[in-house]
Design a protein around this ligand. Structure first.
Ligand code: ADP
Ligand code: ASP
Ligand code: MG
Length: 418
């Protein structure tokens, strides 16, 4: 019988009562005789609390020690879920990421899974045990503990499903599926029954936290049947699948937003043939992910380069660039934080002109200043002031005709409210 991989997120295992409910769901799959592998996140806000604890000790803690600390969160929830399952008479075994055979690269804090040795998992399954694997963690070839980046438990689940050639990977979370925008921000967002891998990948990269971007990448590459569902209901959820199987081709399918954007401007860079490769090479060596890039002329000999990064990496980017001032030969660096990025995503965009115009018009009409723009075949993104982001997302959602009628609103509370 096909293996089922399930993943339960932080809210879904946020209390002892909720862990019991997850155990009951898992027990129901086990009772059908299906081999079951479950990945869980740390309970509730545990990861945030651990980060906060670390910051109290050190403003920039060593990445290795951060991983050592953060991986404890998932270790708590796997053990508790295994206990809850044994209480129900279901044989279960919890495994850390490294016990489960997950090997990653060496980049602490955002490691990538390189390989999964599934032997131990398969042995447990053969004995009829439910296997519970800690999400978000792995081990390097030299034995160091790593984490996969915030939200990375989704990737653990999908990678396990791929390695085990599972029949399905079910991501259980605190909303009933993937919506046309974050339903906690846009009350009129509608749930999608299905979405293409490409669109989901863009939405995830652009800030839709519901799936970790690398989990979508992995599912797309290995053709893992992937569904996002609520852990609190029996609703069918949203299937993420190949575009050719999809029925709809709306030009804009969803709006994503990312509240943590910083912008750097490097002004008056000496214009040499290798200037850009040199600048971005330095950032890449520091493992900083650069997002949008804009280059313009400063004067006959110099250029200005502006780029955006995740706010968490902004300070580091600034330090790295300032440390190499002489060799880069620039006049000034400006650093701006408190920004957000709003994006419209849709595979049907390629063939329709006017999407960018509509987006700019909607933001302009609301009096929202656009600071940076980037486009691809299936998305348009604008960097704007963070304090206007919620309003911008709602305006765009309405402008692209995505609002559902009042009677169809999902009624999902804003985060922190419930
Ligand atoms: P989990 O702990 O289960 O992994 P996350 O908080 O990581 O949960 O992801 C679920 C959250 O993603 C939802 O509560 C919702 O606020 C947010 N979200 C953002 N964009 C979307 C979207 N397009 N559809 C659904 N949820 C979204
Ligand atoms: N616990 C980790 C986080 O909060 C991983 C996850 O939840 O997916 O980011
Ligand atoms: Mg998540």
């Amino acid at each position: 019988m096909g293996i089922v991989v399930q993943k339960y997120g932080g809210t879904s295992v946020g209390s002892v009562e909720r862990i019991r409910r997850v155990a009951e769901r898992v027990a129901a799959v086990h009772a059908q005789g299906k081999p079951c592998v479950v990945t869980v996140s740390a309970m509730g806000k545990t990861t945030d609390q651990l980060i906060d604890l670390a910051r109290q000790v050190s403003p920039r803690p060593p990445a290795r020690e951060m991983d050592m600390l953060l991986t404890t969160g998932e270790q708590v929830s796997i053990a508790l879920l295994a206990m809850a399952l044994s209480e129900l008479g279901v044989p279960a075994r919890s495994l850390t990421g490294w016990q489960a055979g997950i090997t990653t690269d060496e980049i602490h804090g955002k490691a990538r899974i390189q390989e999964i040795d599934t032997r131990l998992i398969r042995e447990c399954l053969d004995r009829g045990e439910v296997v519970i694997v800690a999400g978000f963690q792995g081990k390097t070839a030299t034995g160091e503990i790593t984490t996969l980046g915030r939200g990375g438990s989704d990737t653990t689940a999908v990678a396990l499903a791929a390695a085990l050639e599972a029949e399905v990977c079910e991501i259980y979370t605190d909303v009933p599926g993937v919506f046309t925008a974050d339903p906690r921000v846009v009350p009129r967002a509608g749930k999608m029954d299905e979405i293409s891998f490409e669109e989901m990948l863009e939405l995830a990269h652009l800030g839709a936290a519901v799936l970790h971007p690398r989990s979508v990448e992995c599912a797309m590459k290995h053709r893992v049947p992937l569904v996002v569902r609520s852990s609190f209901s029996e609703e069918p959820g949203t299937w993420v699948k190949e575009a050719k199987d999809l029925e709809t081709e709306r030009h804009v399918r969803g709006i994503a937003h990312d509240m943590h954007v910083a912008r750097m401007k490097v002004l008056g860079l000496k214009n040499r043939i290798e200037t850009l490769s040199h600048l971005f090479g330095i950032l890449a060596d520091a493992h900083i992910n650069v997002d949008m890039i804009v280059q313009s002329e400063h004067d006959a000999e110099r250029i200005d380069v502006a780029f955006s990064v995740h706010e968490d990496e902004g300070e580091l980017a600034k330090e790295v660039i300032e440390a190499r001032r002489e060799e880069l030969d620039y006049l000034k660096v400006l650093y701006e934080t408190g920004l957000a990025k709003v994006s419209a995503v849709g595979a049907g965009m390629v063939s329709r002109p006017g999407v960018a115009a509509k987006m700019f018009a909607a933001l302009t009409d609301a009096g929202i200043r656009i600071k940076m723009v980037s486009t691809s075949e299936i998305k348009i993104s604008c960097v704007i002031p963070r304090e206007r982001a919620v309003e911008a997302v709602r305006e765009l959602h309405a402008a692209f005709g995505l609002d559902v009628a009042e009677g169809e609103m999902a009624g999902i509370a804003a985060k922190g409210a419930g």
